[in-house]
Design a protein around this ligand. Structure first.
Ligand code: NAD
Length: 476
């Protein structure tokens, strides 16, 4: 058992104020492999005090120096690639090769992109030609950063790097379920020589440290990624102090496959949802298939799902891993059973464990057909390797089914008719649209409409979330 019962406060690893041990479980074997501490209000108060103090000097550090710190941090991150990759495999079950090529690489991409944006970002702009009014961007202050377990380093770099770049100070609370990669990241910050108090890390759960951060009067902003449920609680908790709250929440993506789509569209759609064992907020969990190709599509989908291997995360290969925890496992199996009970047809997978994997939170890649939009499996975010296939007659019907959800994060469309693709992309009510397998480049804004959140992370938009805007009249 690795002992990680320490918090990073004011540039040092310190013991928590109270003893409150929490076991980090490896989802591939259900065994505890590390122990952390869950923090208390006293730990949060201590960290906020030093972050507030550090803000006085860090907010005044010039842009060139901030860039130098981030460049050093990037080099250290790259040198620790394998450690970060392994930590995520152990803590949340990302298969080793994929943990490296998708999870660890996403962190590197974000650090590189924010350095580029910071170099170009103008913190002072003349309002208009000949105007003596200036618009000045200033760091917002002390930030509370709360991250989930499903893309741990991706989410941490999307928050910590722009906060540092903006001149803010911060307290990070990684998910208690997958905190080890976050602690490794704190070591990287330390090695990069970021001044004490700028970055602080406290482990904890949502009810404890999460709520203490959201309601804290000396915290100026909360950036949260996680469930819509927790996003609501955080907003309520933050309301009394009128702090800025940026929310990146759940999703229930739709993927419209027209009969003129690329021949691999169905197979790619299946692979896409099963990746990360279905635990991605923008996963295309509902596949809408034009009725004229429905029969062929379900044959291909079943064949593809049955080809996907499931195995332990620390093995090399192109398999998918377990889901993160017993709770998630129970929730997903309950939803699979609800699909069967509600009358959907099980095309592949099902609630039983995959062969030979009795220990670990493993779930078979599962596909339902004959799904209607009233069923729970079509409405709720399952967050597991479960796809619903829904037939449609025409474009308007397909778009209206996709938009018939309280979420609005990422939607997908497959057609070789470029005009149709553009038309559908405009009609989707979501922060992201992916046409014919194209993916988002680092630096593009990521976020949701409706109950998928209110923030945008990445690039200039991600940087601006950590900035206040001041108008100075009579600057010249
Ligand atoms: P979660 O909401 O249970 O937990 C996320 C984080 O919030 C954790 O650190 C947790 O300790 C903390 N938390 C929980 N309750 C809290 C509360 N009341 N106050 C303050 N903090 C609280 O989510 P999860 O299970 O870790 O992650 C999965 C969810 O995250 C999914 O819904 C997924 O769609 C979403 N997600 C969204 C994005 C995005 O960018 N939109 C990206 C990744 C994940």
């Amino acid at each position: 058992m690795i002992d990680k019962r320490k918090f990073y406060i004011n540039g040092k690893w310190v013991s928590p104020a109270n003893k409150n041990d929490f076991s980090v479980i490896n989802p591939s074997d259900e065994k505890g492999y590390a122990v952390i501490s869950l923090g208390s209000k006293k730990d949060v108060d201590d960290a906020v005090k030093v972050a507030k103090n550090a803000f006085l000097s860090w907010s005044q550090v010039d842009k060139k120096t901030r860039i130098q710190y981030l460049e050093k941090l990037l080099n250290i991150y790259l040198s620790k690639w394998d450690d970060i990759t392994k930590a995520m495999s152990e803590e949340m079950g990302a298969p080793l090769d994929w943990s490296s090529s998708a999870q660890t690489s996403s962190g590197a991409d974000h650090i590189k992109d924010f350095i580029k944006r910071l170099k170009e970002f103008k913190f002072e702009k003349r309002f208009d030609e000949n105007s003596n009014n200036y618009i000045v961007f200033e760091p917002i202050g002390v930030c509370g950063l709360i991250t989930p377990w499903n893309w741990p380093i991706n989410q941490i770099t999307l928050k910590v790097i722009p906060a540092i770049a903006a001149g803010c100070t911060m307290i990070l609370k990684p998910s208690e379920i997958a905190p080890i990669s976050g602690m490794l990241f704190a070591e990287i910050i330390h090695e990069a020589g970021i001044p004490p108090g700028v970055f602080n890390l406290i482990n904890g759960d949502g009810q404890g440290v999460g709520s203490d951060l959201s309601s804290h009067p000396e915290i100026d902003m909360i950036s949260f990624t996680g469930s819509t449920r927790a996003g609501r609680l955080i907003s309520k908790n933050a309301a009394d102090t009128i702090k800025r709250v940026c929310l990146e929440l759940g999703g229930k993506g739709g993927n419209i496959i027209f009969d003129d789509s690329h021949p691999n569209a169905v197979r790619e759609g299946v692979r896409n949802i099963m990746s990360n064992s279905g635990q991605s907020c923008d996963a295309p969990t509902r596949m809408l298939v034009e009725k004229t190709i429905y029969k062929r599509a379900i044959e291909e989908a079943a064949d593809e799902a049955n080809k996907i291997k499931v195995d332990i995360a620390l093995k090399k290969g192109d398999h998918i891993g377990p889901v993160v925890s017993q709770n998630q496992y129970n929730k997903i199996i309950d939803l699979i059973n609800s699909g069967i009970k509600d009358g959907a047809t099980l095309l592949a997978g099902g609630p039983e464990k995959p062969n030979g994997l009795d220990k670990g939170f493993f779930i078979k890649p599962t596909i339902f057909t004959n799904v209607t939009n009233e069923m729970r499996i079509a409405k709720e975010e399952i967050f597991g390797p479960v796809l619903s296939i829904i037939p449609f007659d025409n474009e308007d019907e397909a778009v209206s089914i996709v938009n018939d959800t309280s979420y609005g994060l990422g939607n997908y469309v497959q057609t070789q008719d470029k005009e149709k693709a553009k038309r559908v992309a405009r009609k989707f009510r979501s922060g992201g649209v992916y046409i014919n397998g194209n993916s988002a480049e680092p630096g593009t804004p990521f976020g949701g409409y409706r109950q998928s959140g209110n923030g945008r992370e990445g690039g200039d938009w991600g940087l601006e979330e950590y900035l206040e805007i001041k108008t100075i009249c009579g600057w010249e």
